[in-house]
Write a protein that binds this ligand. Structure first.
Ligand SMILES: Cc1cc2nc3c(=O)[nH]c(=O)nc-3n(C[C@H](O)[C@H](O)[C@H](O)COP(=O)(O)OP(=O)(O)OC[C@H]3O[C@@H](n4cnc5c(N)ncnc54)[C@H](O)[C@@H]3O)c2cc1C
Length: 416
């Protein structure tokens, strides 16, 4: 009852077809939902939204996090994350659009500024990029998103004279909405957690380790006590391979990501939202965000194949990254040449073997679910993936295409 009413208010449909796989919690009406207890381990984007949706469905939910929702070690604990919808796989397109509506709804419910309509500018030095942009524009249009523009060099220079354009061939520009907005990441996680508690959910700050008896999860050890529930969801992000080493060490890779914030000159707002969009230069190894809330122009180098331990490794930027970022910024944003790095962060991404998220039942414990492997693009999808996970826990109807995409694959990473 509670859930239906809420879905109606939000005004977004439900995810499609019946599923066949056995789940320990069976959908037997509202009385059953209300008596179901679930522990969600991990309050990053996947965990906090799963907990939120389970709670909306009527379950009694405890959300456990070692360092608290939106903490600095978590992959979801950064300042900003991009929401974009274009993707070769239409499931991710649908999921991003659906998630955008949820993030916007959360913004309305909490009054917090969680979604900024920054726009997204994907620049390229390559002439062929116009063709690519045109294809993306058509794809987005087929999903009802009609704010994509294909720009030439002159147009980019005219709109954003603060960008050096001589070596650019063109760009794709998405003017806000699900394919060109910025999510305030840490703020967003904290807002969802607060809303979850307001709706009756409980948050426990403790590190939990599953207690496994003959393959089956029978509780969560939090040091001085054991927490028990009918069902467990493990949304532990880059810690997943630590929580289930035998199962997930071979199937996930946790890699380092550096983020630098370059100072903007006093009184100059050319590099700040809304005067500069979220930006990237294809093939340059850099993307970033405008200065938001006075933190400076965000510059994020990628990829980085160094592995990272989310508990132990130092989150410090090395001199080489600082020099590279200065070289890049001095060239692309000449007005920022010589400006200092005013803040930096080190985060991590959790990659799966095939780049898809993992949402699946634990192979030996049918009362436990694993959700994660955001693979560098997971943050935005938290609301839709959380909703999908909650439905699977309750054996509700879901789209089977999602099941096979997010299934824990048999393949492992090759040992190098
Ligand atoms: C620099 C950077 C830029 C990115 N940019 C984007 C972007 O622009 N758009 C986008 O969509 N995505 C982006 N991503 C990816 C996105 O941030 C991640 O996919 C997403 O945040 C992963 O969320 P999660 O819930 O799986 O993990 P996390 O956010 O890491 O959450 C896991 C939580 O579990 C807790 N935990 C772990 N183990 C335990 C335990 N044993 N007991 C209790 N609690 C535990 C942790 O404390 C943590 O809070 C980016 C990632 C990085 C690093």
């Amino acid at each position: 009852m509670k859930r239906r009413k809420f879905t109606q208010i939000v005004g977004i449909g439900s995810i499609g077809l019946p599923m066949t796989k056995f789940s320990p919690i069976k959908n037997r009406g509202n009385a059953f939902y209300n008596s179901s207890e679930v522990i969600v381990v991990g309050a990053g984007t996947f965990g906090v939204w799963t907990a939120y949706h389970l709670n909306q469905m009527g379950a009694k939910v405890t959300l456990l996090d070692a360092y608290g929702p939106g903490n600095s070690r978590a992959s979801s604990g950064g300042e900003t994350r991009l929401i974009q919808a274009d993707n070769d796989n239409s499931i991710y397109v649908e999921s991003a659009i659906r998630s955008y509506h949820w993030w916007s709804k959360m913004m309305e419910m909490t009054g917090e500024e969680l979604v900024l309509s920054t726009g997204r500018l994907t620049m390229s030095k390559n002439e062929g990029s116009r063709l690519y942009a045109q294809k993306r524009k058509e794809q987005l249009s087929s999903h009802g998103i009609d704010n994509t523009e294909v720009l030439d060099q002159d147009e980019i220079r005219y709109r954003w004279p603060q960008i050096h354009t001589d070596d650019l061939a063109g760009a794709m520009y998405n003017d806000g909405g699900p394919s060109g907005s910025t999510l305030m990441a840490r703020k967003g996680i904290k807002a969802v957690a607060k809303e979850f508690v307001k709706n009756g959910g409980s948050i426990v700050i403790a590190k939990g380790q599953p207690i496994i008896n003959y393959g089956k999860i029978v509780g969560i050890n939090v040091g001085n006590e054991t927490l028990k529930a009918q069902c467990y969801v493990f949304a532990c992000g880059p810690w997943l391979p630590k929580v289930f080493p035998d199962l997930l060490l071979p199937k996930t890779k946790v890699e380092r990501r550096d983020v630098l914030f370059v100072g903007t000159p006093s009184g100059n707002d050319q590099y700040s939202h809304p005067n500069l969009p979220e930006w990237s230069v294809t093939g340059s190894g850099y993307y970033g965000f405008p200065d938001i809330e006075g933190r400076g122009l965000k510059v994020a180098p990628y990829p980085d194949y160094n592995t990272f331990d989310p508990d132990r490794d130092e989150r410090l930027i090395n001199h080489y990254q600082v020099k590279r970022a200065h070289d890049f910024v001095g060239h692309r944003f000449p007005g920022l040449k010589g400006q200092p790095i005013i803040e930096s962060r080190v985060c991590q991404v959790t990659n799966s073997v095939d780049g898809n998220f993992i949402v699946d039942q634990h192979p030996s414990s049918d009362n436990a679910w694993i959700v994660g492997a955001g693979s560098g693009h997971g943050f935005k999808h938290g609301p839709a993936i959380g909703e999908y996970t909650a439905k699977r826990v309750f054996d509700e109807q879901v789209n089977k295409e999602y099941d096979s995409l997010f299934k824990l694959k048999k393949e492992n990473f090759k040992v190098e």
